[in-house]
Design a protein around this ligand. Structure first.
Ligand code: GUN
Length: 293
């Protein structure tokens, strides 16, 4: 049987460590970390995510500010809000929840965020610094996966890591981090995507398989090598009449059958998901303590 990599438990441990540091900062009379989040429009999933981020700030003793803007806000107005937060010395970290409405350029808004406050790690400055192995805010999902690999002492040096999905937020940075000359890294990395030929055959050669393509239960046991470590980044809501809520959450991996083959695997829910918020909080702590810039 495989080891279940418990992201929920690990994220609670990390939040406990952060809360402890906040208590020390209070005692020392230092700056309490303060995260600002901008939410544009009323997308259901985005509201849930931002709500969870703000609640987690409270849990660890951070200050938080949620700026809600109407769906019809202009790009210029949004850029002005970002600039005001850039200039506000009280606020250490700023995130703009994605997706944004179609009339607003994600590139322009991301590029407006001061890299020193970019705790999502989305700005060109932080992506570039991460790729160079310089001190950087690393995007929350890849950072959370790195932390899980560390805390579960997963061996990575010389292993073949196959990443499925090349998004800017997960697949692409993950491939860079796994190839870096430090632990967890030193992997031989194959980055695969929707145009990859023989994907199943390539996946089957992976010692570490990181799945972030956004297709429910895409990875089946035939695509996984015996003893592989499987990290599932996907999260999908599907109808389930047997649940009180009427739905259940599933990942990009067919969990039950893949767990039979894997040496270690992240479940959905309770795997990578909870680590994302823990990473964001950790980045915000780094920002308040000026540890990156
Ligand atoms: N939308 C989906 N994931 C993320 C994330 O990590 N940060 C932000 N700002 N928006 C998202």
């Amino acid at each position: 049987m495989s080891v279940v990599i418990d992201g929920k438990k690990t994220s609670e441990e990390i939040k406990g460590e952060i809360a402890q540091r906040v208590a020390e900062i209070k005692n020392e009379g230092g700056k309490i970390p303060h995260l600002a989040a901008i939410l544009v429009g009323s997308d259901g999933a985005s509201q849930t995510y931002v709500g969870a981020k703000v609640k987690s700030c409270e849990q660890v003793g951070f200050e938080s500010t949620l700026v809600r803007l109407d769906e019809n806000v202009t790009e210029i107005e949004l850029l002005k809000v970002v600039e005001d937060i850039n200039q506000n010395p009280e606020i250490d970290g700023l995130i703009v929840q994605l997706p944004l409405p179609k009339h607003i350029s994600v590139e322009k808004v991301t590029d407006k965020i001061k890299p020193e406050k970019d705790v999502d790690g989305f700005t060109p400055s932080n992506v570039g610094r991460m790729a160079l192995g310089w001190p950087a805010y690393v995007a929350a999902t890849p950072y959370g996966i790195v932390e899980l690999l560390k805390r579960y002492k997963i061996e990575t040096a010389g292993k073949h890591c196959v990443v499925i999905g090349r998004s800017h937020i997960v697949g692409s940075p993950m491939s860079i981090l796994m190839a870096r000359n430090e632990y967890p890294g030193n992997c031989t990395v194959t980055l695969t995507h929707s145009r990859t030929k023989n994907l199943s055959e390539i996946a089957k050669t992976a010692d570490i398989l990181i799945v972030a393509l956004g297709k429910p239960e895409f990875v089946t046991s035939e695509m996984v090598k015996e003893g592989a470590v499987v990290i599932d980044v996907g999260i999908h809501r599907v109808d389930d009449a047997s649940k009180k809520s009427g739905f259940k959450l599933i990942g990009d991996v067919k969990y039950e059958e893949v767990a039979q083959k894997a040496s270690a695997i992240t479940p959905v829910p309770g795997g990578v998901g909870p680590m994302t918020i823990a990473s964001l909080l950790y980045n915000t702590l780094l920002a308040a303590e000026k540890k990156i810039y």
